[in-house]
Design a binder for this molecule. Structure first.
Ligand code: BDR
Ligand code: CA
Length: 306
């Protein structure tokens, strides 16, 4: 089984991505690391620890960076709620799953101890991953791929061209994109093509307690009524790991803007190769939206709760 470390800031769409990954038979998740992003580090860690008992899963959790590399944190509680996962009455967190190690220490240990290369799935700002690569460059030898939710080939969602995760910590994203590791960019542009509507959410609600939880938090996500289609960004990254056939990809040079006056954190994805640079990323440029929706809803419907 492919081993995937989830680096996350739950986060409503993070919760969906975690559910999809943790119940998949195709992958094993040996570690979850948390980061400051949508809400503070304490809240994202608390959220990870209360999703796990609901899923009936015992995956170790390590706490990561409490602020971006060089900048002040930027909050997204307007999108995800004060708690980061508003809308559902969660069980108590399972504090026993919290490791004494930091995210960087735990990632380094798990990656170096693994017999096979590990995939990283950062679905928050990439601060932890950047710190890992900077402090332990030898870790690269045992990383298969980084599948990152972030960036965009078109518009942004926090700046004109900047997406939240890369905008919050552009220096971290830059380190990762310049690392030489295989990186897949699952950006905002995919969200426009695979929207979830109220009828999809209702299918989730009827399915099982995990689907019911997702239904309730999705209703609090942005518009709040499911009438405007929901873009469940982090789940598109999970979809690429588990079912890549749904996507069209393009090998592309991606530069991360750290200095732009209006473009901080923008992912300059050179799809037309105007710079003539060698590609450093595999960019998701399109998705079979209906296929994704069906796959996502069915994955939740068919998950086996112990
Ligand atoms: C990304 O930002 C966060 O709000 C979401 O969880 C997702 O990871 C989308 O821009
Ligand atoms: Ca996220």
């Amino acid at each position: 089984k492919r081993k995937v470390i989830i680096d996350t800031d739950p986060g409503i769409d993070d919760a969906a991505a975690m559910a999809i990954m943790l119940f998949s038979e195709q992958v094993e998740v040996p570690l979850i690391t948390t980061v400051t992003g949508n809400v503070s580090l304490d809240k994202t860690t608390y959220n990870a620890l209360r999703l796990l008992p609901l899923f009936g899963k015992e995956v170790p959790v390590a706490k990561g960076a409490d602020h971006p590399l060089l900048r002040e944190p930027v909050d997204a509680s307007d999108v995800h709620g004060e708690t980061g996962m508003d809308g559902y009455d969660f069980p108590e967190p399972n504090e026993d799953l919290l490791l004494n190690e930091t995210a960087v220490e735990a990632m380094y240990r798990v990656i170096m101890e693994s017999d096979e290369p590990i995939t990283l799935m950062p679905i928050g700002p990439m601060t932890n991953v950047a710190l890992l690569l900077r402090e332990h460059p030898d870790v690269k030898e045992n990383i298969q791929e980084i599948v990152s939710m972030g960036g965009s080939t078109s518009r942004g969602n926090i700046g004109i061209y900047s997406e939240f995760n890369y905008h919050v910590d552009p220096e971290a994203a830059k380190i990762v994109y310049e690392s030489g590791l295989p990186i897949t960019m699952a950006g905002l542009n995919i969200g426009d093509k695979a929207l979830l509507y109220i009828e999809d959410l209702e299918k989730l609600q009827k399915a099982n307690p995990v689907g019911d939880m997702l239904y309730h938090i999705f209703l609090r996500y942005r518009s709040g009524d499911g009438k405007v289609g929901l873009r469940i960004y982090d789940a598109y990254a999970a979809g690429y790991i588990l079912n890549p056939e749904m996507y069209t990809t393009q090998k592309t040079f991606v530069g991360i803007e750290t200095k732009g006056e209006f473009t901080s954190g923008a992912s300059a994805a050179d799809l037309g190769n105007s710079l003539g640079r060698t590609h450093n990323a595999n960019v998701l440029v399109d998705v079979d939206g209906e296929g994704f929706k069906e796959w996502f809803v069915n994955s939740i419907k068919n998950l086996i709760l112990n």
